[in-house]
Design a protein around this ligand. Structure first.
Ligand code: NAD
Length: 395
């Protein structure tokens, strides 16, 4: 069949198999063009949320930068009839094939990472096939979580706290700068968001791995957060998501205490804003990202997902690295995004931007291109008019 993008709001319901492979190959080529990383402390790597965004980039850097064996977990929709799979399903296959060609161990488990059964499956795989784990990357981003102990289905709500918020945003499809009005979250919605995106599940993972004695001495674990600036604080850091991310900081301290048993450490890393399935769904963020990308590209300091994550491994996670930590002990990778040169210019443009001057002040085109690339669309060298098998001969 011929696969075309089908966009519904902030999701694309189709994914291009060949395009997704091109996307993974492009990331691998980038890492191969960079200096090798020391394999010390990166021999066996577990990536939770391995099929997209920051998790996929971590897996690519660990494997192709440091030669790591990688075990990944992600939740995918399989292809069915003439319905394509999720991009992550194609990405995982492309990654595994490339790893096999390079003689690297790579296995992916498809299912709900919030479930205890998945934890058992991961532990059994590590014991049977890998040896102990040196690095656990926690990169899940999900709108829902079924709690493994209570069975409750928690649904996150991306909302401000306290008062209703009237704030500048963007309608990405129409290319219109708009004003949105967001009602504040109830206490229950806030608690649900913390249950989905907070640190409890990360703790459950590290407890289970520690109990099963599958963590190597000096094991590191890292989970990701975003802080940003006053432009996005009302909807992010000061909203329900910020509460969840504060809980991640709490979990990081609790996990570090437990990891003392293996001389290990947990860190939250503050990453830069990029376009992902998760971030495209947050109001306001796409407008901020459009301005940010334009400014960073003009200043020559823009980083895409893979170059950002390569820099994190090379400067922060490699053994012997002197980490750039803030007062909460978080690794700060948002140093360039938050530099005065970048922020002064983004903040100067923010009150000025409107639908008419958006293309001049912001990079909505770059946002749209990155969004389509998540689903395998827009890669040079891919023949999008060609017939493709959405099941890749497997399903
Ligand atoms: P993403 O949507 O690109 O990827 C999320 C991954 O989680 C996918 O592999 C998906 O399959 C997996 N996943 C979701 N639910 C799952 C489940 N129940 N079981 C197994 N796998 C599941 O997200 P992303 O933007 O890369 O976000 C990853 C982390 O990085 C999040 O904590 C996010 O807050 C953080 N972060 C993102 C940005 C940004 O701009 N996108 C910036 C800083 C920090």
């Amino acid at each position: 069949m011929i696969v075309k993008p089908r966009i519904r709001g902030f999701v694309c319901t189709t994914a291009h198999p060949t395009g997704c492979k091109a996307s993974v190959d492009e990331q691998i080529a980038y890492v191969n063009s960079q200096a090798d990383l020391s394999a010390e402390g990166l021999k066996n790597v577990l990536v939770l949320g391995c099929s997209a965004g920051y998790g996929l980039a971590c897996r690519v850097v660990a494997a192709f930068g440091a030669g790591a064996n990688t075990l990944g977990v992600s939740f995918e929709r399989l292809p069915e009839g003439n319905r394509t799979a999720t991009a992550g399903w194609y990405n995982n296959i492309a990654f595994e094939e490339a790893a096999a060609t390079s003689g690297l161990y790579a296995k992916t488990l498809d299912g709900d990472a919030f479930a205890d059964e998945m934890r058992q499956q991961v532990i059994q795989t590590i014991q049977a096939e890998m040896g102990k784990i040196d690095l656990v990357v926690y990169s899940l981003a999900s709108p829902v979580r079924q709690h493994p102990k209570t069975g409750t289905l928690h649904r996150s709500a991306i909302k401000p706290l306290g008062e209703a918020l009237d704030i500048k945003s963007i309608h990405v499809e129409r290319g219109e700068v708009t004003q949105v009005n967001l009602e504040p979250a109830t206490a229950e919605e806030t608690a649900d968001t913390v249950a989905v995106m907070g640190g409890e599940d990360w703790e459950f993972w590290m407890d289970a791995l520690l109990d099963a004695d599958v963590l190597a001495p000096g094991c590191q674990t890292v989970a990701f957060t975003y802080i940003g600036t006053q432009l996005t604080w009302p909807i992010y850091w000061e909203g329900t998501l910020g509460q969840a991310k504060l809980d991640l900081d709490r979990a990081s301290r609790a996990i570090t205490q437990k990891l003392a048993a293996v001389q290990g450490e947990a860190r939250v890393a503050v990453l830069k804003a990029i376009v992902s399935q998760a971030s495209a769904a947050i109001p306001v963020v796409p407008l901020y990202v459009a301005l940010l990308f334009k400014v960073m590209k003009e200043q020559g300091n823009h980083e895409d997902i893979i170059s950002h994550i390569y820099r994190m491994f090379a400067t922060q996670l490699q053994q012997g690295a002197t980490q750039r930590l803030d007062e909460e002990g978080r690794i700060r990778m948002d140093d360039v995004e938050l530099s005065a040169a970048v922020q002064d210019e983004v903040q100067r443009r923010w009150p000025l931007v409107n639908t008419e001057n958006l293309a001049e002040l912001g990079d909505l085109e770059g946002f749209r291109q990155d969004f389509l690339k998540i689903f395998g669309f827009g890669f040079a060298g891919v023949d999008y008019g060609a017939d493709v098998d959405p099941g890749l001969g497997r399903v």
